[in-house]
Design a protein around this ligand. Structure first.
Ligand SMILES: [Zn+2]
Length: 239
């Protein structure tokens, strides 16, 4: 295609174009039929790259990307899921959890799969996202320790929107960052343990889960300590 000429798309006195396969191609064909055919002996071909309303006629990948992708309204949870310094695998689990798309037993049973809908941790309630991640007595014991380290010893989180509000209601930006990191690490570890329990029958105590979270938090903060946002976070977490 690199050496293709406009004249290749002309047969005699009309356009010779392949059958359109998209709406854009239909529109392009419709537009071309309004043009007078360029005469092959008239001028040499030149290439122009037109992207949106950009006045530049040269190819720019950034301009082209902005024109091609469809932008949606910015989601109100975006700052809690994606932020500078976050751990990618934690962000991903948080993103899926935030959309309530984790394959919890309650959802699996809802899809008609022959599984019990009971919570893998306590077997007393349906395993929904909010139960598994926030209100199950197993998870609550983990959260108690996490909340203490995030300077909210008396907070009880009963649903997902409360969790998001709790993160945002921090009195300082540093504490917000600490809460975001701690929340993502906790969600990740709880989901990992739920899977371990279901698939490997590995049962461990909430204290051990918190031990893993604490270790992760220390490592996350430690490797980012040169960044000014993380500088005093270790002291906050260990307080
Ligand atoms: Zn439970």
């Amino acid at each position: 295609m690199e050496n293709a000429m406009v004249s290749d798309a002309i047969s005699g006195s009309s356009w010779s174009l392949p059958h359109p396969r998209s709406q854009q191609e239909v529109e392009l064909h419709a537009y071309l039929t309004t043009l007078t055919l360029p005469l092959t002996h008239d001028k040499d071909d030149i290439f122009e790259w037109v992207a949106g309303n950009s006045p530049l006629c040269v190819f720019r990948s950034s301009t082209t990307w902005e024109v091609l992708r469809s932008r949606q309204e910015k989601k109100d949870w975006v700052d809690v899921v994606w932020f500078k310094g976050a751990v990618p695998k934690h962000c991903f689990t948080m993103w899926v959890t935030n959309y309530d798309r984790l394959p919890t037993r309650s959802r699996l049973a809802g899809w008609g799969m022959l599984v019990s809908a009971e919570c893998a941790f306590c077997s007393r309630f349906d395993e929904t996202r909010d139960h598994l991640m926030l209100t199950c007595e197993y998870s609550t014991q983990v959260w108690k320790e996490v909340l203490l380290r995030c300077q909210s010893p008396s907070t009880l989180l009963t649903n997902w929107s409360e969790l998001l509000s709790w993160i945002r209601s921090s009195p300082s930006k540093k504490l917000t960052l600490l809460r975001k990191l701690a929340t993502q690490t906790t969600i990740f570890h709880l989901w990992k343990q739920r899977n371990n329990l279901m698939h490997n029958q590995t049962s461990i105590s909430p204290e051990s889960i918190f031990y893993g979270i604490d270790k992760d938090m220390r490592n996350i903060i430690s490797v980012r300590r040169v960044s000014k946002h993380f500088r005093s976070l270790m002291a906050m977490w260990l307080r």
